[in-house]
Design a protein around this ligand. Structure first.
Ligand code: SF4
Length: 325
């Protein structure tokens, strides 16, 4: 079966600085990322700030072009299409952002916001059809009909995120790309939005490409996980396998550092300096922070190795210093 989304060897480098005589630098945000994502599943991409996960989401959504590599959606190559060429595919792939306050137009009522999205993709929709669809997505997202006449500033953060989800939903997407969609919300509201996204996936057979730094979200919400570090994939696998038996030292440390339901509060912290895509270490990018690092790790970049379930890029796993299964 054709994958819903396919990324192949995606690289994205940004130029920074150079203005006013400053030093020019290359930010190596993504350094060769590949993946296949089937229909109807929840794909989570995790990693610390600066690991390239949001850049990958934006390339898949068509907001950035990759420096090299390809992105296919439903079998169509997307990364080399013009804005007009992408338009027929944009409806099926919607995006929601971390901060709905910034992604909703403060001058537009919810009615105008939803109608604009619907008419952009379905220009022949009549006023009465539009009304029916708007009321349908409001009901789906747990909002009342009187929401339509109000402005974004009249809602709480959680309600604004529901409006963003309704705006995505009204054009009947196959896939929603969600970039840290609960990170800006109160903890009590985060679970409500996750439950809502889960219900909508079941009802509308949606796939999610879900960017998060929060591993507890992945454990309870994701089907497949990709762990990234400095623009590279460290490890991939089903969320069940990855949480039961993380192989990559970075994944292991992330899991030890993450608060987990029913487990004592973890004290593990990631050692060393936080990573910067301006200066990627030689060999394995994680070696300055890795307790298993040896000379080979400092000199040679590990390749992604296929395991019985998932993949991992680590010399210590390949050499048997860390158990693969
Ligand atoms: Fe650590 Fe070496 Fe594995 Fe990198 S390749 S994660 S430095 S053991």
């Amino acid at each position: 079966m054709t994958a819903l989304l396919r990324a192949k060897n995606v690289v994205k480098h940004f130029r920074s600085g150079g203005q006013f005589g400053g030093t020019k630098a290359i930010i190596k945000a993504l350094n060769g990322v590949s993946g296949r994502y089937p229909h109807g599943e929840v794909f989570c991409v995790v990693g610390e700030s600066g690991c390239g996960k949001s850049t990958l989401a934006r390339i898949i959504a068509g907001l950035h072009r990759p420096t090299s590599g390809t992105v296919h959606f439903n079998g169509t190559r997307m990364d080399n299409l013009s804005a007009a060429g992408r338009r027929p595919h944009r409806r099926a792939m919607q995006m929601i952002f971390q901060n709905p306050q910034e992604s909703l137009n403060p001058r537009m009522t919810v009615r105008q916001t939803l109608a604009e999205a619907l008419h952009f993709h379905f220009p022949a929709t009549t006023a009465s059809e539009c009304e029916v669809k708007m009321l349908g997505v409001l009901a789906d997202t747990g909002l009342s009909a009187d929401t339509l006449s109000r402005y974004p500033h009249q809602f709480s953060g959680g309600q604004r995120q529901r409006i963003s989800i309704a705006r995505a939903l009204i054009v009947q997407p196959q896939c929603i790309i969600a970039d840290e969609p609960i990170a800006a919300l109160d903890v009590s509201v985060q679970a409500q939005i996750l439950n809502l996204l889960s219900d909508l996936r079941d009802k509308h057979q949606l796939a999610y490409f879900f960017i998060t730094h929060d591993l507890s979200v992945v454990e309870h919400f994701g089907h497949q996980v990709t762990v990234m570090y400095l623009g590279l994939i460290c490890e991939t696998g089903s969320s069940k396998t990855l949480f039961k038996k993380p192989r990559h030292p970075y994944t292991q440390t992330l899991l030890q550092a993450a608060p987990r339901i029913g487990k004592p509060l973890a004290t593990a912290k990631l050692p060393g300096e936080p990573p910067t895509p301006l200066a990627i270490p030689s060999g394995c990018a994680f070696h300055p922070r890795c307790p298993y690092a040896n000379k080979r790790c400092r000199d040679d970049k590990p390749k992604l190795m296929r395991l019985a379930e998932g993949t991992v890029a680590c010399h210590a796993v390949e050499e048997g210093r860390i158990a693969a299964e």
